[in-house]
Write a protein that binds this ligand. Structure first.
Ligand SMILES: Nc1ncnc2c1ncn2[C@@H]1O[C@H](COP(=O)(O)OP(=O)(O)OP(=O)(O)O)[C@@H](O)[C@H]1O
Ligand SMILES: [Mg+2]
Length: 258
């Protein structure tokens, strides 16, 4: 199953969530695929360092028709685990202007993933960029479900409502409901505001808001600087536990299947 991790708001924990859910799966012996759909290429930077040539990145899939299988790289996750990454690159910013916004480009990633995925049940996470452009849309089109990290801060609720409208509008195009889960990230339980935001989101989204909250922790903030997911950097830390719990919840509720 494929999950797109999307929120048009920046810095809410999309990359952190895609990376650490993948790591939580790798810790269970699975080998997830990560797709870096962001021209900022943060996920790629963490796991692969910088990718010099755009021809070695997801951009080459769009621009040169190279199969995703050829572009993906093996990476270490969660200490002894493994996964694969299709790297992002700054050139991805050009996809909109080069290939337009028509259905062909919007379904391209889905087709590429369908074609390259020998095992349809292989878990995959698509790390979207903080904009609702062609790339993020193609990530949502390629995914079975959408996970929306919401950071527990000012304007979080307003952003979540805007995003819900966006997803509703997309359902007309996709002709299916976009199954989604919202998850609170960067949660500081000492702040009253964080609890108020949670209460508002719970009232609005009910069971679509995950019960698991991801706390703001040093381990999650520091691990990217060491080129690692939190399971590899600080095994057993609060951040690792929170992402394990989130994965557990997504599996137990049937939102995510592996
Ligand atoms: N729970 C957390 N605790 C501490 N730091 C966090 C947490 N979640 C994310 N961060 C940090 O916050 C910053 C933004 O997180 P991240 O890059 O995951 O957000 P994003 O939504 O992917 O951002 P963008 O929209 O730019 O792609 C990063 O430096 C990350 O390490
Ligand atoms: Mg990101």
């Amino acid at each position: 199953m494929r999950l797109a991790v999307f929120n048009q708001k920046g810095g809410v924990g999309k990359t952190t969530t895609a990376l650490n859910l993948a790591a939580a799966l790798a810790a269970r012996g699975l080998a997830p695929l990560l797709v870096d759909l962001d021209s900022q290429a943060h996920l790629t930077g963490i796991l692969c360092g910088s990718i010099d040539s755009a021809s070695d990145s997801l951009f080459a899939f769009y621009n040169e028709g190279r199969p995703l299988r050829e572009l993906s790289r093996r990476v270490a996750l969660a200490g002894g685990g493994r996964g694969e990454v299709v790297p992002g690159h700054a050139e991805l910013m050009k996809v909109d202007s080069l290939f337009g916004k028509g259905p062909r480009i919007l379904y391209r990633l889905k087709e590429g993933l369908d074609a390259g995925q020998d095992d349809a049940s292989r878990p995959a996470f698509i790390d979207c960029c903080p904009m609702l452009g062609v790339l993020s849309l193609s990530g949502i089109f390629a995914a079975d479900r959408v996970l929306v990290p919401i950071s527990a801060d000012f304007l979080a609720v307003r952003g979540a409502l805007a995003l819900e409208n966006t997803l509703k509008a997309l359902e007309h195009v996709l002709k299916r409901r976009v199954e989604r889960r919202y998850v609170l990230t960067r949660f500081d339980s000492r702040r009253g505001m964080a609890h108020r935001i949670e209460a508002q989101l719970r009232e609005r989204f009910g069971e679509e808001l995950a019960r698991t909250r991801i706390a703001e922790t040093v381990g999650l903030a520091e691990s990217p600087f060491h080129g690692k997911d939190v399971h590899a950097y600080a095994p057993g830390s609060r951040g690792a536990q929170d992402y394990d719990a989130l994965l557990e919840e997504l599996l137990a509720t049937g939102f995510f299947e592996v």
